[in-house]
Ligand binder design. Structure first.
Ligand code: HEM
Length: 477
């Protein structure tokens, strides 16, 4: 064991009124959600942007077809939208407001670049090519917002599409009732809360709502290990809390099947692709008028739950070993697309767990009372991460792989092999640890033995499925 220094400033009060702080800062209450509910209404200077966004979706709030349905969005952006970069600059001290502007410009940018792909996809012709140039009235303000908020100048999962894209029908009810939550922006039918697009996004938010519990449990586990003397009782309580938080999060994830239909996903998905590792953008995209890019084409990953921080938090805390493969390099690259405070927190957790030797002390000490319970709880927490990643693989299979041969996911990872890379790593880690503890002889209880039986069966199943999909698509495993 070692000591955990320096500590990370996790907020216990998210200070929702404080606009001098970034919208996203980790807290024990709201976890990875923004400190305050997202800003919905833009300042009046941005009325042209607001007007475009309201008319943009395939089905607008009134139910009428919008500009994307008519293939007229690009033209509207080119003719109606002034360059409001200087107006953005005026709000640089109001970080949540700039975050809202970032969200809104990122919707415009993605809709503009991918509109031609959507139109071709509707005709059954595949995606073809996207637009190669982002006009200056979009490129400059999105770049400015991203610079101020420290995002990439392209749609991100937390800062834009998912976690900064909800509003409450009755603010006094908060997020407690899922029927109280609506999207602010949408591409397709998402302004209708019963649509698959809304369901897809809202389930992410419903899960992240519980992430404060995970953050607290992780901090408690680190504190247990670094206290003098270290406290195994406290560690076991923290692991048990982490397990129950993950169960709640996984239960929310399971509602995806009902709230977002597998056969409807591939249509709104067109708009959330990125501009790297995608055949629609072989040459990247030129951001017109952004001097810092010197006219060179830019490439950014698309929004993806891979930028959510809940699973990486547990991976980092428990030191889950990932294989040294190009696929794991993609996992690492995804880190760039998180709010900077999330990124720094995740790195701190990893360093703190390593410095404090958390894994070694927790799992290799067999002289302290409660060590068997620690081992069982550790495996049960991993079991929840396995459960998340297995369900997630089932999502990828049912929502994507069975419906399209497109080779890459929205974030630019290879669709058939990437998710199994991490799922396989968790299954391997569980097998390795269980074997090290002595397998069934370790007396970790019938529940753990049952979990490990499932792990072995799932590993076989996963290997067979991946092999089959790779053969069908001519992909190298
Ligand atoms: C219909 C539902 C979903 C589908 C089809 C889906 C699809 C995908 C795909 C294809 C990837 C690969 C990365 C990339 O985009 O290039 C991915 C990654 C990921 N997604 Fe999702 N996703 C879904 C729901 C969710 C939800 C609700 C969450 C909750 C936060 C989530 C969290 C993640 C995470 C953490 C990763 C990285 C996986 C890992 O580390 O092993 N996804 N998703």
């Amino acid at each position: 064991m070692g000591s955990v220094t320096p500590s990370f400033p996790v907020l216990t009060d998210p200070r929702p009124e404080d606009h001098s702080l970034p919208a996203f800062m980790v807290s024990t209450t709201r976890g990875f959600l923004p400190r305050a509910d997202p800003i919905v209404t833009l300042p009046p200077e941005f009325s042209a942007l607001e007007s475009l966004l309201q008319r943009m979706p395939i089905r607008t709030a009134s139910g009428e077809p919008g500009l994307l349905a008519q293939g007229k969005f690009g033209e509207a952006v080119e003719t109606e939208l002034p360059d409001l970069t200087e107006e953005v600059e005026k709000y640089k001290h109001d970080l949540p407001m700039v975050n809202a502007l970032y969200r809104d410009y990122s919707f415009v940018a993605s809709a503009y670049l991918l509109e031609p792909c959507h139109l071709r996809w509707l005709k059954g012709e595949g995606y073809g090519l996207g637009r190669e140039r982002l006009p200056r009235q979009v490129a400059r303000p999105i770049w400015k917002c991203a610079e101020i908020c420290k995002f990439q100048p392209f749609m991100e999962y937390a800062g834009s599409y998912a976690l900064y894209n909800y509003r409450l029908v009755d603010p006094s009810l908060g997020l407690s009732d899922p029927t109280n939550v609506r999207l602010i922006r949408a591409f397709e039918h998402g302004l209708d809360p019963s649509s698959s697009e809304a369901g897809f996004v809202l389930v992410h938010i419903e899960m992240a709502k519980h992430s404060g519990l995970l953050v607290s449990a992780a901090l408690d586990a680190l504190a247990a290990c670094s206290s003098q003397p270290p406290s195994r009782t406290q560690l076991n309580t923290a692991l048990s809390n982490m397990e129950s938080a993950l169960k709640t999060i996984n239960a929310a994830m399971e509602t995806m099947w009902a709230r977002s239909k597998p056969m409807e996903y591939t249509s709104f998905r067109t708009f959330i692709f990125g501009i790297t590792s995608q055949p629609m953008f072989p040459n990247g995209v030129i951001y017109e008028g952004v001097d810092e890019f010197e006219g060179k084409p830019q490439r950014f990953r698309g929004e993806s739950g891979a930028n959510d921080s809940m699973v990486p938090l547990v991976d980092n805390l428990l030191g889950v070993e990932m294989p040294d493969t190009p696929l794991t390099a993609i996992l690492k690259d995804f880190r760039r697309y998180r709010p900077s405070n999330h990124r720094e927190f995740l790195e701190w957790v990893k360093d703190a767990a390593e410095t404090a030797n958390l894994k070694k002390w927790a799992l290799e000490t067999d002289s302290e009372e409660g060590y068997l319970e620690t081992r069982a709880l550790w495996l049960k927490v991993l079991h929840q991460i396995r459960d998340f990643r297995w369900r997630h693989w089932c999502f990828a299979r049912e929502y994507i792989i069975k419906r399209t041969m497109h080779p890459t996911a929205t974030g630019g990872s290879p669709i058939v092999t990437w998710l199994p890379n991490q799922l396989g790593a968790v299954l391997d880690e569980m097998e390795r640890l269980y074997g090290k503890f002595g397998g069934e002889e370790a007396k970790l209880g019938a529940e753990v033995d049952g979990i490990m039986d499932l792990v072995r069966r799932q590993r076989d199943m996963l290997a067979k499925e991946v092999r089959k999909f790779c053969e069908e698509r001519g992909v190298k495993e």
